[in-house]
Ligand binder design. Structure first.
Ligand code: NDP
Length: 241
């Protein structure tokens, strides 16, 4: 399905799960996607499936200069950037008394600093262009805390707050959307090392929806007229409470 207004869309964390589904859907809709993640082999395989509309670029969102280079690469390829989808994230859940401090740091680095690096790199470009669209993939964890999710939820509350602040501060030519998924099939729980948290997640994540459900929500936000800003979408399995 080709779109009437093809956009240049950057997706962070496009090598699996939601980011991969978003990239694939947007290519199917005719957009030009620059897909970033650390696992370049996975991105190249995605590019093989998607064709010329998808450019794979190695990206570590914790590296500020690397994120700047990612945005620069998109401009070299396409001359502009219309949308930045801040999707890269990690979720090594654990109780605070497990003291997995390195994992707390990693969540802060990827889920918060990584998001901010994207905003810092793209905001001047959007301002100079007189338009752009930030989409943050937050989480249902941006709205609730459960045991083992304190730090992860903290990073997602932060992602929600940063994105809402961005919305309020931005020129109206720049649109800002937060998409908060519930349980979605992906590799996300694979980063949990704490045995108790991993066991609890197996039951919690037994009911999941396909990542394309989130991709459809992103597509909806992107496809609105320029003067319509979809601020927030929550998408979760019908069975999830
Ligand atoms: P996946 O683990 O399948 O995907 C995570 C993506 O983030 C991968 O592409 C990974 O790529 C990328 N990533 C991780 N660290 C970095 C980094 N330092 N630099 C660049 N990319 C990185 O999980 P999901 O698809 O589920 O997660 C996507 C987003 O959705 C996350 O922000 C997550 O918090 C959020 N979310 C997911 C839910 C779910 O149930 N699945 C529910 C709510 C929110 P690579 O390792 O190749 O770098």
């Amino acid at each position: 399905m080709a779109t009437k207004q093809p956009k240049v869309v950057l997706v962070t964390g496009a090598s699996s799960g939601i980011g991969e589904a978003v990239a694939a859907r947007l290519v199917r809709e005719g957009h030009r996607v620059v897909a970033g993640a650390r696992r370049i082999d996975r991105l190249k395989a995605l590019a093989d499936r998607c064709g010329d509309l998808l450019a794979p670029v190695r990206l570590d969102v914790t590296d500020r200069a690397g994120v700047e280079a990612f945005v620069r690469r998109a401009r070299e390829l396409h001359g502009r950037v219309d949308v930045l989808i801040g999707n890269a994230g990690v979720m090594p859940l654990s109780r605070l008394d497990s003291l997995l401090v390195d994992e707390w740091d990693r969540m802060i680095d990827v889920n918060v600093r990584g998001l901010l690096h994207g905003i810092a790199a793209a905001l001047p470009v959007f301002t100079a262009q007189g338009g752009g669209h930030f989409v943050t993939i937050a989480s249902i964890g941006a709205h609730q805390v459960v045991p083992t999710s304190a730090v992860y939820s903290g990073t997602k509350y932060a992602a929600w707050a940063i994105t809402e602040g961005l919305r309020q501060e931005c020129d109206p030519s720049i649109r800002v959307t937060t998409v908060s998924p519930g349980v979605v099939t992906s590799e996300l729980a694979g980063s949990i090392t704490d045995p108790g948290a991993a066991e609890a997640m197996r039951a919690y994540r037994a009911t999941a929806i396909a990542p394309d459900a989130i991709a459809q929500a992103v597509s909806y936000a992107l496809s609105q007229p320029d003067d319509v800003d979809v601020n927030e979408i929550v998408v979760r399995p019908a069975r999830q409470r």
